[in-house]
Design a protein around this ligand. Structure first.
Ligand code: SF4
Ligand code: SF4
Ligand code: SF4
Length: 299
């Protein structure tokens, strides 16, 4: 094989790993310039972990889900336990508005811009399956058996919930105490614990009513934002060998976001559902290796 072809083949094989590394490192450099060098180490660390685990998965595809879970637990724990409870940085959506009312900018806005506006142009909603601290717990709520008739996402409910959260921050600041204030360190930590327990418990209960990953599919404001940009994502779940699909439906059954993957494969289309979180469960479930995260056209 000649050299340009070899390079092309290597790029095809490792493109996600390289893009992930470059993307996170670049974000790290930008946030380092804006804030401080710790952000460079944080994002470079995430990019390096993604690079290493991707290379392992290319060689050993059976570890795909294990590697993703390791990344998810590593990043999720760092955001929730180390930066959240350790340093008092609250990354939840509503904290962007608490910060705004306190006249400061902290991790919530930086996280929101990076994970929900910048990364979606390259990797869609992948932060949901790899970097969300609540997603770490929601993995246990992927089952569809708890609810016989899962609800479909309703944009009115999703945007209404977001508006309710924003209104709640103004209410709390007006009538109680803004947890974002510098002098409210203890309150902020308690708030982080309380709101995350609420989201996880509420999300778990909702799975009985609305089905798998109910909180994520129906309410989460972060997914509401990033799903608007999903269509621009370079990498998406793509059928690369549709003709080999046996129609077994294992991909659809494995999808925690209740997406009909088989139907897309049979239409020879990429997964264009804006709620896809790039968890690759459909990829792992397919016995024919039809699916892949890819920038290529569906075949
Ligand atoms: S939808 Fe929201 S809660 Fe669910 S994994 Fe994504 S960011 Fe986390
Ligand atoms: S379509 Fe595949 S990658 Fe997307 S959410 Fe469903 S299982 Fe995960
Ligand atoms: S799991 Fe694979 S073979 Fe089965 S329907 Fe899905 S794409 Fe086709």
């Amino acid at each position: 094989m000649d050299t340009p072809n070899k390079i092309k083949k290597l790029y095809n094989k490792y493109s996600i790993a390289v893009w992930a590394y470059l993307c996170f490192t670049l974000i790290g450099i930008v946030v380092w310039i804006i804030r401080d060098v710790r952000y460079f180490f944080l994002f470079n660390g995430i990019g390096s972990s993604e690079l290493i685990t991707r290379i392992i998965v290319i060689r050993q595809p059976k570890y795909r889900q294990l590697m993703r879970r390791i990344i998810q637990i590593f990043v999720g724990s760092m955001l929730l336990f180390m930066l959240g409870l350790g340093f008092g940085v609250d990354f939840q959506f509503e904290h962007i508005f608490f910060d705004f009312q306190a006249g400061i900018v902290t991790g919530a806005l930086i996280h929101g811009i990076i994970a929900r506006i910048v990364i979606p142009f390259v990797f869609g909603n992948a932060c949901c399956s790899r970097a969300c601290w609540d997603g770490m717990f929601f993995e246990a709520m992927n089952s569809k058996t708890r609810c016989k008739k899962p609800a479909k996402r309703n944009p009115w409910i999703a945007w209404g919930y977001m508006a309710l959260l924003i209104a709640m921050t103004f209410f709390v600041t007006r009538y109680f105490t803004n947890p974002a204030g510098d002098e409210n360190e203890l309150l902020r930590r308690n708030w982080i614990i309380g709101q995350n327990i609420f989201i996880v418990v509420f999300g778990f209960i909702l799975t009985f009513v609305w089905g798998s990953r109910a909180y994520c599919r129906m309410l989460c404001p972060y997914l509401t934002i990033s799903s608007l940009l999903y269509r621009f994502s370079i990498f998406k779940i793509t059928p690369l060998k549709s003709s080999e699909c046996s129609g077994c439906g294992a991909c659809t059954k494995a999808c925690p976001m209740l997406i009909d993957v088989r139907e897309a494969v049979q239409r020879k289309e990429k997964i264009s559902n804006p709620q896809c979180i790039l968890c690759e469960r459909c990829v792992s479930a397919c016995p024919k290796n039809v699916l892949k995260i890819s920038y290529k056209k569906a075949e």
